[in-house]
Ligand binder design. Sequence first.
Ligand code: ZN
Length: 315
Amino acid sequence: MTDSLRRFLEAAENKQVLGAYMTVCSRPDAAVRYINMFLMRLFGRCGGCGTCVSCKKVAEGHVDILRLHAPKAAELRDALAFAAEKPYEGAYKAIVITDADGMTPAASNSLLKTLEEPPAGVVFILSVRSISGVPPTVASRCAIVAVAPEPDARTAIARTLNVDGTQAAILADLSGGFIEEAARINADAALLNRRDDILSLSHKMLYIKGMAVSTFADYLESGKEIITAQLGMMQTYFRDILVYQKTRNDTLVINRDRLEDIRRAADDFTSGAISNMIKVILDTERRFFVAVNFRLTIEKMLFCMLEERNKWKKS
Ligand SMILES: [Zn+2]
């Protein structure tokens, strides 16, 4: 945990918060978890236990917390009206703006004055991937909270969660190196099963002739709300094949429980095919940042990948 993140959480615990914070994190989902920890500490007297009535309200919807996603200027005006009213329940109100680096300049500008002097008891929390994504005038009015993964995530995860090296590598990858997230995933059997299924489907896609794209698409659609995580699982799998092709080194493979499949694919496909497939997945992930037709986008990805397979499979 970085110093700024520790100070951020302590401030909430001690109820001595500033008017505006900006979390900076390459994994916005990880930042949101820390923001929730902050809010649970601030709104409750439990230190942020995560299970009491107050914490549940924070997680599921609290009257004094407004959450916005890359808001437009009009939404921000409503938010400022919300901030101007007294809290309904406790002593605080919070406005959380995720993807704040996706705001238009007009929207950012409408925030400036309020960020400078937020009403008493109001906390703004902006979440961005990169500080360069917002105007310096906005960033300079916020306390910057760096949310970064553990430097040696695998070792830290193996030690903290008491898991073996294989599981630690998988958890480090799925969590982006965030220990709390790794702990949550380790206890989430449904998500780990989903990973298993996705890796099996990815392998089948390489080997089963005439595999129906709709089967894979149906599966991905059944986890639509975590599509980024699902595409991440696919990406890691194909990266493993590429890494093994180039190095023949087992220890560099992340999905070590799939070593046999990975070795086989490394022998059967050209590195061009595999890197093109990875590129297709990455492009698709980017497409989901804006509203797209889920089904069409996923099917297009799978068809492109199959095309690569058919073009490049070594005979
Ligand atoms: Zn609690």
